[in-house]
Write a protein that binds this ligand. Structure first.
Ligand SMILES: [Mn+2]
Length: 261
């Protein structure tokens, strides 16, 4: 399983939903694909660390006790943890990036995704301004949905709406996806698993796979690989948002037989 962009300690983190999701989870390995703890927020703002945030940490400990292997790949909001890359701590391994091999043999680059900010012309000033604006919009979202809730209307994401209406956001996302795929191809891999842009996706393009596990601020989603290599994007309630079936694997036996013949 892969999750990222939890932003623990930040005001807009949906820690309770994540804790519920992790409580029922059984998996061999959990990749924490960056921005898990929002050190940036906690240093710049007042940390909002409530009981639900502790429940997430406890749920991770419980997974560890159930023999789930934890791999932490720090992102830009938990960048200081990159100092520990390469270490095998008792609880988890910390890596700058990883290569995950699926059951059907696909080799996937696992990385947070902020490395592609340069490719999307997203500088550090824009990063700071973007973060500020993003959190402002999320706060607007909370107010709006509190009001909608009181009026008996269902949840509606203002920031998703703005992102889908804004051509600049779509262009940015397009450049990000392409930069990720280019990086995977350069490394001779079959695809990429990342996060960072808070836009969950699971797709194939030019023979490569692009998976973005989303976030726990808005999309509340995770990426899972089943035992046969099927990849699924799941909502926090377990709904399947997207799926890619395993690759057929006749090659190994065919070539063997051909060689024997
Ligand atoms: Mn990030």
């Amino acid at each position: 399983m892969f999750i990222s962009d939890v932003h623990l300690g930040a005001r807009h983190c949906h820690a309770a939903e994540l804790a519920d999701f992790l409580d029922g989870l059984r998996c061999e390995r959990l990749y924490l694909v960056g921005d898990i703890v929002d050190l940036w927020w906690m240093a710049q703002r007042r940390a909002s660390w409530g009981a639900a945030h502790n429940r997430v940490v406890e749920a991770l400990h419980a997974l560890r006790r159930r023999d789930t292997e934890l791999v932490y790949i720090p992102g830009n909001h938990d960048r200081p943890i990159r100092r520990f890359c390469g270490l095998a701590l008792p609880a988890m391994r910390v890596r700058r990036r990883a290569v995950h091999v699926t059951a059907d043999g696909r080799r996937l680059l696992v990385t947070h995704g902020d490395d592609y900010d340069a490719a999307t012309h997203f500088g550090s000033l824009q990063e700071k301004l973007g973060d500020w604006l993003y959190y402002r919009i999320l706060t607007g979202n909370q107010w709006l949905n509190a009001l909608r809730g009181r009026l008996g209307l269902r949840y509606w994401s203002l920031s998703e709406f703005l992102k889908s209406k804004s051509g600049a956001a779509e262009r940015y996302i397009g450049l990000f996806v392409q930069a990720g795929l280019d990086d995977a191809r350069r490394r001779g891999l079959d695809g990429i698993v990342c996060g960072h842009i808070h836009r969950a996706a699971l797709l194939q393009r030019d023979g490569l796979l692009y998976a973005n596990d989303g976030d726990w601020v808005e999309s509340l989603s995770a990426l899972v690989e089943e035992h046969d290599g099927t990849l699924r994007l799941l909502s926090h309630l377990g709904q399947v948002l997207a799926e890619i079936p395993p690759r057929m694997l006749p090659m190994a036996c065919d070539t063997g037989e051909a060689a024997a013949a």
